[in-house]
Design a protein around this ligand. Structure first.
Ligand code: ADP
Ligand code: ADP
Length: 227
């Protein structure tokens, strides 16, 4: 089991209960959609995974390690084991496509030779061969998100977390990005994706967890959401 939540609640200092007694398990290799209206607690759940927030109550294990008891100095390693993809891409505008991906490896101290080998491989995998020298501003939204995905995968994370990755993309481009995420999942990376895109989720036939007011109100196995 890769991720385990046991009776997790999160009450923010202002008194808002963002998660209310959430228990769930996610296995290695799964593709999981996280759905639910705005304010349901999706972002809070995601932030717990990389210890940006700590639960108020309950336990969370990632690869059998308690992230509640985790020491501060262990947090960077936890975060390196996760790749994160954002709705608004969060690329460095003054760096090229190549440099954006290489930078993610440089900051964790990867060897120059590994970077030189891995970055072109990643860019090819996400379909950006030939765009290495472009700046983000010269790319379409879909291409920018491909850079975001390549960067998230740079350090071979055990889980890829995507928070509304298609939120700024049109329908056709969203479908292309989904195909890429399914491909990454088929190659073995666990994927957790928060989204509002109901149509896209319906067509995916993947597991769907639905949050409402901080509670898990539905957990549908592959293919059973609106089956
Ligand atoms: P909305 O945008 O209408 O709030 P979301 O997609 O954000 O909807 O939230 C998920 C909603 O889907 C929840 O209201 C949940 O109750 C509902 N739901 C529950 N079961 C199913 C199902 N099998 N298929 C589709 N929707 C479901
Ligand atoms: P979602 O991602 O599903 O929209 P969030 O996890 O962002 O939901 O938010 C869940 C609830 O927690 C909301 O009521 C939100 O206003 C509140 N919330 C989120 N972050 C904070 C914070 N840092 N401090 C206080 N309240 C917060």
């Amino acid at each position: 089991m890769l991720i385990q939540f046991y009776n997790v609640s999160k009450i923010y200092p202002n008194g808002v209960k963002a998660l209310d007694d959430v228990s769930l398990k996610i296995d290695r290799g799964e593709f999981v959609f996280l759905m639910g209206p705005s304010g349901a607690g999706k972002s809070t759940l995601i932030k717990m995974l990389f210890r940006e927030e700590k639960p108020t109550r309950g336990q969370i294990f990632i690869a059998s390690r308690s992230i509640v008891r985790m020491k501060r100095k262990e947090i960077p390693a936890l975060r390196r084991s996760m790749g994160i993809v954002f709705q608004d891409f969060k690329l460095l505008e003054n760096k090229t496509v190549y440099e954006n991906v290489a930078f993610a490896m440089e900051v964790v101290g990867a060897k120059p030779n590994d970077i030189k080998y891995r970055v072109p491989e990643l860019l090819k995998m996400v379909g950006l061969k030939g765009k290495e020298k472009c700046f983000p501003g010269e790319l379409s939204g879909g291409e920018q998100q491909r850079v975001g995905i390549a960067r998230a995968l740079a350090n071979q994370p055990m889980v890829l977390i995507a928070d509304e990755p298609t939120g700024n993309l049109d329908v056709d481009t969203s479908c292309e990005i989904m195909e890429l995420l399914y491909d990454i999942n088929r190659r073995g990376t666990t994927v957790i994706m928060a989204t509002h895109a109901r149509e896209l989720v319906r067509n995916a036939h993947k597991r769907v967890i639905i949050l409402e007011k901080g509670k898990v109100v539905g957990d549908y196995p592959n293919g059973e959401f609106l089956a």
